[in-house]
Design a protein around this ligand. Structure first.
Ligand SMILES: C/C(NCc1cnc(C)nc1N)=C(/S)[C@H](O)COP(=O)(O)OP(=O)(O)O
Length: 563
């Protein structure tokens, strides 16, 4: 068998730990898809469309560390751009690979199908460059290895997405074989002088402080320092809170854990700890309009030691040339005990059990879902009140929560969980998604039926865009109602003559008792997804959503600055 450009790419993807890649066929990528199958290192998983394909890769990367999606030129790739944007916003290294025009067509004056009808095809690469850390176009086998290695090495180092387009007549062209994967993982050595200076300044800052606290931020997982943060918290003995987008990045069973800090909508006690501290170690925070509650709560300034993925800022000075993980490890070695702010015990909010015969409430639904979450569960929370329901849950050791609080593309969670469950079949997957979000990517549930993924989907049917209603209401926030549970019947058709792809289960829950019964059935459905349609009153949402929504609406409606 001739070793080809496609085999080289497939071998590199296998070497960096992928066991699957996602794809939607198109005539520009069919030969490439053959090469990936032929090399056999990663299983080819199909999606209903390229938006879902790119989000499935994003979800796979959340579990696996990296991922790849293969789509066709222009009509496929431009849909996948949304997944690239989301992966960029959420710091996830996915590689989107687009089939591309025949290398002979460039400069030929040919008008090609699937393009915008011009004779120039570089617009796609130009678009991709804005939402990736590296982007390359392969039109010859000779340059393919260097370009493939460049995009993979960069995405792994930056924890950002990358883009590759391969001319359809080059995928099967003969190619040299790759060397060891270690060259793709190399990180620059830390600058010792800068690291020491940052450490000395930070130790001086902490030694003078009395009430010290840690705030775990959005990018800490991408900085690969979750374990190191636990060690720092153990050494300092101080309280630890997490930002909403970092929920589950720090174990909630740890003696220092004190809830979620989200300004005025923080967990009980968390706001007092952070805003009452005289030294806050902020680890990889992202302060945007949502995380700051409409710019009202940003933890920054002279009482803050801010540790970003590649920079430390403290006492009015800033230091770089090392990675967050290296700094946190060095700080832990010399950090003093600072437990003055750790008072009392953490009291998670316990929701009372509702009367099972009463109409289902948001609180009762959240309580029952929280009970379902164990140490082997990955809980996906879609944009909407699902965020606030996930944030108020209390997690057992090992539970993970996945959100997309920076990009916030509604519907992301369905394909992303599909990808995550594909990457981590040993874990249990639970999704909370609103009816509005679900309508954007619902068809990907059919792929969960096809691949027999035993995930549980809580479809929150509250008849509209409730988070938008809280921010700014209007006729545009109301949607067509579906019988969401009935979709499973539609998706269960399977493949004629084949046994697989028929085990989706759709259930309705209008009371606490019906929800409990549905969850019991979902636990027994091991050969396919279970979608439980939870009927809630439109006004039944978390108080935190309403309060936060008002703050965000106020931020959105700021008057233009008068010049
Ligand atoms: C319409 C929109 N955001 C605007 C929006 C529109 N289009 C895309 C792709 N992404 C977005 N975030 C949002 S958050 C809806 O409230 C989601 O509704 P739903 O899923 O039903 O959840 P809630 O009822 O809990 O709000």
């Amino acid at each position: 068998m001739t070793y080809t450009v496609g085999h080289y790419l497939a071998e590199r993807l296998t070497q960096i730990g992928l066991k699957h890649h996602f794809a939607v066929a198109g005539d520009y990528n069919l030969v490439l898809l053959d090469q990936l199958i032929e090399q056999g290192g990663t299983k080819q998983i199909y999606d209903c469309n390229e938006l879902n394909c790119s989000f499935a890769a994003e979800g796979y990367a959340r579990a696996n560390g990296a991922a790849a999606a293969v789509i066709t030129f222009s009509v496929g790739a431009i849909s996948a751009m949304n997944g690239l944007g989301g992966a960029y916003a959420e710091n996830l290294p996915i590689l989107v690979i687009s089939g591309a025009p025949n290398s002979n067509d460039h400069g030929s004056g040919h008008v090609l199908h699937h393009t915008i009808g011009t004779t120039e095809y570089s617009y796609q690469m130009e678009m991709a460059k804005h939402v990736t850390c590296a982007a390359e176009s392969i039109t010859s086998a000779e340059t393919a290895p260097a370009k493939i290695d460049h995009v993979i090495r960069t995405m792994l180092r930056e924890k950002k997405p990358a883009y590759l387009e391969i001319a359809c007549n080059i995928s099967a062209a003969p190619c040299v074989r790759p060397g060891p994967v270690s060259s793709l993982h190399a990180h620059p050595r830390p600058d010792e002088a800068s690291l020491k200076a940052a450490l000395d300044e930070s130790l001086g800052f902490l030694t003078k402080a009395n009430k010290v606290a840690i705030l775990v931020g959005t990018k800490l997982r991408a900085a690969e320092a979750l374990k190191e943060t636990i060690e720092l918290a153990d050494k300092l003995g101080c309280p630890v809170t997490v930002m909403a987008a970092a929920k589950s990045y720090f174990p909630e069973t740890h003696p220092g854990f004190r809830g979620v800090y989200w300004g005025d909508v923080s967990s009980p006690g968390a706001q007092e700890i952070i805003e009452g501290a005289d030294a806050v170690i902020c680890l990889a925070p992202v302060w945007n309009d949502y995380s700051s509650g409409g710019w009202k709560s940003i933890v920054r300034g002279e009482k803050v030691l801010e540790v970003d993925p590649d920079r430390v800022t403290v006492n009015g000075k800033t230091f770089d040339g090392f990675r967050l993980k290296e700094f946190v490890k060095a700080l832990t070695e010399k950090a003093p005990k600072k437990s003055a702010a750790l008072t009392g015990a953490y009291k998670p909010v316990m929701l009372p059990k509702a009367d099972p015969a009463k109409p289902l409430s948001n609180d009762e639904m959240t309580r029952q879902i929280n009970e379902l979450v164990d140490g082997n569960t990955t809980l996906f929370a879609e944009t909407g009140d699902s965020w606030f329901n996930a944030v108020r849950m209390h997690l057992p050791e090992g539970a993970k929560v996945e959100t997309e609080m920076q990009w916030g593309h509604i519907g992301w969670s369905v394909p992303s969980m599909f990808g995550n469950a594909t990457a981590s079949p040993e874990r249990k997957h639970v999704l909370m998604v609103g009816d509005g979000s679900f309508q954007l990517t619902a068809q990907e549930v059919a792929q969960m039926v096809r691949y027999e993924l035993p995930v549980i989907i809580f479809l929150v049917n509250n008849h509209g865009y409730v988070i938008e209603i809280a921010i700014h209401d209007g006729p545009y926030n109301y949607i067509q109602n579906w019988d969401y549970a009935a979709l499973m019947q539609c998706f269960n058709q399977g493949v004629p003559g084949e046994e697989s792809g028929k085990y989706g289960l759709g259930l309705h829950a209008t009371t606490g008792a019906e929800l409990a019964e549905a969850i019991a059935k979902a636990k027994k459905n091991t050969r396919g997804p279970t979608l439980i349609e939870c009927k809630l009153d439109r006004t039944d949402c978390t108080k935190t959503l309403v309060e936060w929504g008002k703050a965000v609406a106020a931020a959105n409606s700021r008057k233009p600055q008068s010049v």
